[in-house]
Each structure stands twice: as structure tokens, then as C-alpha cells.
Design a protein around this ligand. Structure first.
Ligand SMILES: [Zn+2]
Length: 86
């Protein structure tokens, strides 16, 4: 099977999808981490490490790249991302 590669919005490296966290903007400006296959929407990826997640948050990528305008939802998902790290 072909490896699926995605670009990290923290370090901009192309990585294997399995090493990354997917963040998807669902309808109504709601966000979801690693959504189910039927939950579609604009998505970004970040490596599963503290530095990349920190960069993603610092550079406001969820707002700028996902074009999410729901600031409460962005804060909630950023907290969720931090909790996923070792
Ligand atoms: Zn990265």
C-alpha cells in the first residue's frame, strides 16, 4: 500500500500520515481532532510532538489555515492538542 504523506503546519515537513494529528473544520465552524472518515471538512495536519503543536498554536494556524472564526472552539481544540502530547 502506498504511504500517505501530509505536510505539518508546525515544521512544514512532509511526513507519514500515521505520525500526525489531523484537525478538521466541520460544518458550523466546529473543530475535530482525528475525525471519523465520514466527517469531512478542510483539514490541517501536525506532527505528534510538542514543538510542532506549540508552533501550530503560536502561529495561529487553526484560525489562518483552517479559516475557523470560532475563537472559543480554537482554544478548546488547542487545549485538547496539548493533552495528547507525552
Ligand atoms: Zn512537524
Amino acid at each position: 500500500m502506498r504511504e500517505i504523506k501530509r505536510k505539518c503546519q508546525g515544521c512544514y515537513k512532509i511526513q507519514d500520515r500515521s505520525l500526525m494529528i489531523k484537525i478538521t473544520k466541520l460544518s458550523n465552524d466546529l473543530l475535530k481532532i482525528n475525525p471519523l472518515s465520514h466527517e469531512l471538512g478542510r483539514s490541517i495536519y501536525v506532527c505528534k510532538n510538542a514543538e510542532c503543536v506549540r508552533n501550530l498554536i503560536k502561529k495561529n494556524k487553526i484560525k489562518t489555515v483552517l479559516k475557523c472564526k470560532n475563537l472559543e472552539e480554537i482554544s478548546r481544540i488547542e487545549e485538547e492538542l496539548k493533552k495528547m502530547l507525552p
